[in-house]
Design a binder for this molecule. Structure first.
Ligand code: HEM
Length: 411
C-alpha cells in the first residue's frame, strides 16, 4: 500500500510498522502508534501493544501463552516450525528449557569468552587489512555463526549450510501473509535440509560422543523418556536460528549506531570499559527482535483493557524500547545509560518472563568482545554507502553495511 490522502496516519503507521519498505527505520511508525494509544488494531484480528508498561505486563504474566504463534502467523504453513520450546508452554516448556539450560551455565558461557575474543581478533585483522569491507559479511555473521556452531558441535564444513538454512527459517518467522511464494518454499526446504543435516549429526555423535550440545541432548533422548526425536530437532533448530540470526543483527545495528553517533564512538574509544553497558543500550536503541505474540488463556485485563480468552496481541518490543514514558530521550544512543545508578527501566530486547532469552549472556559476551576490540583497534570507521536492510520483520537487520576502516595508529 502507498501513502495517500485517504489513509489515516495511524493506519499508515500500522502498514509501515510491517512493511519491508520501512525496515530501515520503523521507529517513526512506532511513535505514531504509541501516541495513538496503548492498543491499536493490528493484522489477523490482533491488538498491537505499543507501550513499555503493557508489553512488560503481558510478557511477565504466564497467563499469556506463546504456543498459538505458529497458528496465528503461519496458518497455512506446510512445515513444522513448532517442535521448539519457544512455542511451548509448561509443563513441556519447563522440561525442555531445563535440559538446554544445563548447557548455559555461567561457567560454560565464561569459557566461551576467550573463544569470542580470539574470533573477533582474527576477523578484525582481516577487515582492517582489507580497509573497505561489508561489516555484516566480515564480522557480524561469522562470529555468532561460529560461536553457536562450536557450542552445538557443528563441523566447520557445515557452517555455510547452517547459515543458508537459518536465513531461510529466520525470514520464515515473519507472518506468512508477508512472504512471497519463493520465500515460503525456501523456508520449507530450509527446515527439511536442517532436519536432514542434524539427524545425520545426531547419529554421528551417538556413535562417537564429544563435549558438545548435540551429544548431550542426543544422550538425553537416548537414555531417558524426556526428549523425543522431534523435540530434539526442534530444540536444535531454535538454538541455531535464535542463537545467531539475532546476534548478527545486534552486532550490525550496534556498529551502525556508533557510525551514526560519532560522539558515542569517541566515548567508547576513550573508555573501552563502556563496552558492557553499551551492549544493553544498543539492545534497547535498535533491538534485533522487533515483535512477539501472545494469546490470552483466560479473561485478562491489561492497561485497563479486558481481553477475552483466545484474544491475540502483537507485543511491539521495538516500540516499547523507545517509549518516552519508560526512557528519557529514547531516540538517543547514550552508551552510559546502563552504566550508573539508578538503573534505567529494563529494555525488552531479550523478552521477559517464561520465554526470556536463554542465550542473553552469550549474546552479551559476543557483543562486548566486538565493542572492546573496535574501541581499542579501530581508529576511524566511515560509512561508504547507505546500509541495505533485509525485509525481515521479526528478526530485523541489515544485509550490507559497507565501511572504510582504519587501524588505531600505535603511539
Ligand atoms: C542479541 C541476541 C539475541 C536477542 C536479541 C534475542 C532475543 C530473544 C527474545 C526476544 C526471546 C523471547 C521471545 C518471546 O518471548 O517470544 C528469545 C528467546 C530465546 N532465545 Fe534469544 N536472543 C538473542 C540471542 C540468543 C542466543 C545467542 C541464543 C542461544 C544460543 C538464544 C536462544 C534463545 C532461546 C532458546 C529462546 C527461547 C526461550 C524460551 O522460550 O524459553 N538467543 N530471544
Amino acid at each position: 500500500m502507498t501513502p495517500s490522502a485517504a489513509v489515516h496516519p495511524v493506519q499508515q503507521a500500522v502498514v509501515d510498522a510491517f512493511s519491508p519498505a520501512a525496515r530501515h527505520d520503523p521507529y517513526p511508525a512506532y511513535d505514531v502508534l504509541r501516541a495513538a494509544g496503548p492498543f491499536v488494531p493490528g493484522p489477523h484480528g490482533t491488538q498491537l501493544v505499543t507501550r513499555h508498561a503493557d508489553c512488560e505486563a503481558i510478557l511477565a504474566d504466564p497467563s499469556w501463552s506463546h504456543a498459538e504463534e505458529p497458528a496465528l502467523l503461519h496458518p497455512d504453513s506446510d512445515v513444522e516450525l513448532a517442535g521448539s520450546f519457544l512455542w511451548l508452554e509448561p509443563p513441556d516448556h519447563t522440561r525442555l528449557r531445563r535440559l538446554v539450560s544445563a548447557a548455559f551455565t555461567p561457567r560454560r558461557i565464561e569459557r566461551m569468552r576467550a573463544r569470542a575474543v580470539e574470533l573477533v581478533d582474527g576477523l578484525l585483522d582481516s577487515a582492517l587489512a582489507a580497509g573497505e569491507v561489508d561489516l555484516i559479511e566480515s564480522l557480524a555473521y561469522p562470529l555468532p555463526l561460529t560461536m553457536v556452531c562450536d557450542l552445538l558441535g557443528v563441523p566447520a564444513g557445515a557452517h555455510a549450510d547452517v547459515r543458508r538454512m537459518s536465513a531461510g527459517i529466520a525470514r520464515g518467522l515473519d507472518p506468512d501473509a508477508l512472504l512471497t511464494p519463493a520465500e515460503l518454499d525456501a523456508r520449507t526446504r530450509a527446515v527439511q535440509d536442517f532436519a536432514a543435516l542434524f539427524t545425520e549429526l545426531i547419529g554421528r555423535r551417538r556413535a562417537h560422543p564429544r563435549q558438545d550440545l548435540i551429544t548431550a541432548l542426543a544422550q538425553v533422548e537416548a537414555d531417558r523418556d524426556t526428549l523425543s526425536e522431534h523435540e530434539l530437532l526442534g530444540t536444535l533448530l531454535i538454538l541455531v536460528v535464535a542463537g545467531h540470526e539475532t546476534t548478527v543483527n545486534l552486532i550490525g545495528n550496534g556498529l551502525l549506531g556508533l557510525l551514526r553517533h560519532p560522539d558515542q564512538f569517541a566515548r567508547l574509544r576513550a573508555d573501552p570499559d563502556l563496552a558492557l553497558p553499551a551492549v544493553d543500550e544498543m539492545l534497547r536503541h535498535d533491538p534485533p527482535v522487533h515483535l512477539t505474540t501472545r494469546t490470552a488463556r483466560a479473561e485478562l485485563t491489561v492497561g485497563g483493557r479486558v481481553f477475552a480468552p483466545g484474544d491475540a496481541v502483537i507485543v511491539l518490543l521495538g516500540s516499547a524500547n523507545r517509549d518516552p514514558e519508560a526512557f528519557a530521550r529514547p531516540a538517543e544512543l547514550d552508551l552510559s545509560r546502563y552504566a550508573g545508578e539508578p538503573r534505567p527501566r529494563r529494555h525488552l530486547a531479550f523478552g521477559l518472563g517464561l520465554h526470556y532469552c536463554l542465550g542473553a549472556s552469550l549474546a552479551r559476551l559476543e557483543m562486548e568482545a566486538v565493542l572492546r576490540a573496535v574501541a581499542t583497534r579501530v581508529g576511524r570507521c566511515e560509512l561508504l554507502a547507505e546500509p541495505l536492510y533485509r525485509p525481515n520483520l521479526v528478526v530485523r537487520g541489515m544485509s550490507e553495511l559497507v565501511v572504510r576502516l582504519q587501524e588505531e595508529s600505535t603511539p
